[in-house]
Design a protein around this ligand. Structure first.
Ligand SMILES: Cc1cc2nc3c(=O)[nH]c(=O)nc-3n(C[C@H](O)[C@H](O)[C@H](O)COP(=O)(O)O)c2cc1C
Length: 210
């Protein structure tokens, strides 16, 4: 019988040395994402943690959709719980775990709404069903039953038979980082950890003990 107490993975596939680091952390992130795309399904999945007005944190999985010069972009419902948290506290933390490459990336920073044209562009690239889904789900609200969603889908599909406009409550955010940690699993729990911190315009790098 398997037991979580007995799961032991020794991480031996890669190492991260000071010489491997890029000047800008986005370049290292892109290298790691390129590797992850080869090895992992949905490597763009990450955990986003937000904190509400009472100082209580919550986390959920989201999908990264872009990394532009400013930061990490994702899309969601602007009325959701995460969006309410962000409204009152724009400081967030995101975490990627790529088991197959034995890597973890932790990003902290301030979140901002993407310009509406970026949300528009991305919304228009989605399949019809996802567009109708965005209208049909009052994300994070209590609903009576599955029927509520089914009826909403029916109603919005008959309202928008071909062109589906972007709902005003749906759009993107950009996480603008001030700290990014790259964690590479190593043998015997002696992992490699490097943290980039933004000081003025410059990224400073330190190594942390595992
Ligand atoms: C693999 C995966 C990807 C997801 N991607 C998204 C996403 O990109 N946007 C989103 O709003 N929810 C996404 N979700 C659902 C969220 O985890 C979450 O349930 C939802 O956003 C509501 O969160 P909230 O109530 O904390 O706001 C995803 C869930 C999983 C498991």
């Amino acid at each position: 019988m398997k037991s979580i107490k007995n799961i032991r993975t020794d991480y031996v596939k890669n190492e991260l040395n000071f010489d491997d680091l890029t000047v800008h952390p986005f370049d290292l992130f892109k290298l790691w994402m390129t590797d992850a795309l080869e090895q992992i399904s949905e490597p763009n999945a990450f955990v986003l943690s937000t904190v509400n007005t009472e100082g209580k944190p919550s986390s959920r999985v989201l999908l990264l959709r872009d990394l532009d010069y400013k930061g990490f972009n994702f899309f969601t419902n602007y009325n959701s719980q995460k969006s309410q948290d962000i409204e009152s506290n724009p400081y967030v933390c995101m975490n990627f775990f790529w088991y197959e490459s034995e890597r973890q990336v932790r990003v902290s920073g301030r979140i901002e709404k993407l310009p509406s044209e970026s949300s528009e562009d991305y919304f228009n690239s989605r399949p019809y069903e996802s567009k109708i889904g965005a209208w049909s789900s009052p994300q994070s609200s209590v609903i009576e039953s599955r029927e509520v969603l089914n009826n909403n889908v029916k109603d919005f599909s008959s309202q928008y038979t071909v062109d589906v406009p972007r709902p005003p409550h749906w759009g993107g955010y950009c996480i603008v980082p001030d700290k990014i940690e790259f964690w590479q699993g190593r043998s015997s729990r002696l992992h490699d950890r490097f943290v980039y911190s933004l000081e003025g315009e410059e990224w400073k790098i330190v190594r942390l003990a595992p």
